[in-house]
Design a protein around this ligand. Structure first.
Ligand code: PLP
Length: 416
């Protein structure tokens, strides 16, 4: 059974002290998971995870990951600024952006970040924006077509806006080499929320083969290969967690089969995971505020889609536990909603749950990544606070809730 990382007593105490709704993160879970990832790739001495900042852009979380050895993956000006505030600079930052404004390239280079070019035309854009090319450059690859594992299509990169074609990749490295760039990497991100341990190994085979070919074609020796994000988490109770040890072993097998014989046995493996690093280690907690008995049974929370957009946006499943009723039979069928004037503001539809009383705390699981960060302000709703459950059991406010003053801060409507 899927259980929250905190006890009903802890949730009640935290709700009494801070008020709901809130996102709560589990420091211990984050650290233990990061250590499992590093252990799975310990065979590769250069391995490094660059946490995708967009998943959970809070410096308190980023610092925990930094302490576990992670760098950060940024894609915008403010994400670069967040990285700096979290104490991560230089080659600890991977800048994997697209449609990149000049000022973002400039800040990334100023911070010493590894630039991951989304397109061949960005070589000139970067050179013009910065005045010179940094000595290390990564290029993002898009193989096009469909991407398959075990005879099933995992995704369709040919429809994705990211990355360079195979031909452009060769051309880009030839140009970069001629322009004096010294160190090179390749990157590709093909599948989201992959629950099979096959995804990284298949992607690794593809990228390792490309690295070997690039060496033949251009003389460029790739120094790092970034397998990017995409490892999934079991949102649903009947799904199994990815076996990260098997993932590491699968990538190692491909490494020994392809890279080592190609004379590329020193290549560092990078990852750029977001969801896998954080999703299970965060939850959104709201209070059952109102009930309705119409054509369906409704429970309305004090949280809404502005705090967690994934169900509204993707129809995504987030498991729900009624705190204190973990073992009560699921005798009811509810739609669990927020308060937006928007009918897709439903955290769950026709969900079997125990009988809910007003005032109950509902825990929405697996909101630690792409949860708070996708928030918005529709209906003038204000985003929730973020709390960190520390390893010693204490709770720290790591982001206050928005206030009406925040909402009005960007308006320029003159004196009244
Ligand atoms: C979003 C993103 C990631 C992280 O994706 P997850 O699915 O959360 O692992 C990594 N790299 C890039 C470039 C991304 O855009």
């Amino acid at each position: 059974m899927k259980q929250p990382f905190a006890t009903p007593e802890q949730f009640a105490e935290i709700a009494a002290r801070f008020g709901t709704p809130f996102h709560l993160y589990d420091e211990r879970g984050i650290r233990e998971n990061a250590r499992r990832l590093y252990e799975a790739f310990s065979w590769n001495s250069g391995f490094r995870e660059f946490f995708a900042v967009k998943a959970t852009p809070n410096p308190a979380i980023l610092r925990v990951l930094r302490e576990e050895g992670c760098g950060l993956d940024c894609a915008s000006l403010t994400e670069l600024m967040l990285a700096e505030r979290a104490g991560v600079t230089g080659k600890g930052i991977m800048f994997s952006s697209n449609v990149t404004p000049d000022e973002e390239f400039r800040l990334a280079v100023e911070l010493g970040a590894i630039i991951n070019l989304d397109d061949i035309t960005h070589i000139d854009v970067l050179e013009n924006a910065v005045g010179t090319l940094p000595d290390t450059i990564c290029c993002r690859f898009n193989p096009g077509g469909t991407f398959q594992a075990s005879n099933s299509v995992m995704d369709t990169p040919g429809e994705a806006k990211y990355g360079m074609t195979r031909g452009q990749l060769t051309e880009a490295f030839a140009i970069l080499k001629a322009k004096g760039v010294k160190r090179f990497g390749i990157h590709s991100f093909l599948v989201s929320n992959a629950l099979t341990s096959e995804y990284y190994p298949r992607l690794a085979e593809l990228l390792f083969t490309v690295a070997a070919e690039l060496k033949e074609e251009t003389g460029v020796a790739i120094e790092f290969i970034n397998l990017s994000g995409g490892i999934g988490v079991p949102y649903k109770p009947d799904e199994a967690a990815v076996d990260i040890k098997a993932v590491g072993a699968g990538v190692r097998a491909a490494y020994e089969k392809i890279l080592v014989p190609a004379g590329l046995g020193e290549v560092a493996i990078y990852s750029e995971l977001g969801r896998y690093m954080l999703a299970p280690y965060g939850c959104l907690v709201g209070t059952a505020l109102r009930e309705k008995h119409t054509y369906r049974e409704y429970i309305g929370l004090d949280a809404s889609a502005v705090d967690l957009m994934r169900p509204a946006m993707y129809g995504a499943y987030h498991h729900i536990t009624v705190a204190g009723k973990e073992n009560a039979p699921a005798t009811e069928i509810y739609d669990i909603t927020g308060s937006l004037c928007e009918n897709n503001d439903k955290f769950a539809i026709n969900r079997k749950l125990p009988k809910i009383a007003l005032g109950d705390l509902l825990v929405l699981h697996d909101t630690g990544a792409h949860g708070y960060s996708m928030g918005y302000n529709y209906n003038g709703k204000l985003r929730s606070k973020e709390l960190l459950l520390k390893e010693d059991g204490s709770v720290e406010l790591i982001r206050r809730a928005e206030t009406p003053e925040d909402y009005f801060a960007t308006l320029n409507y003159g004196a009244d």
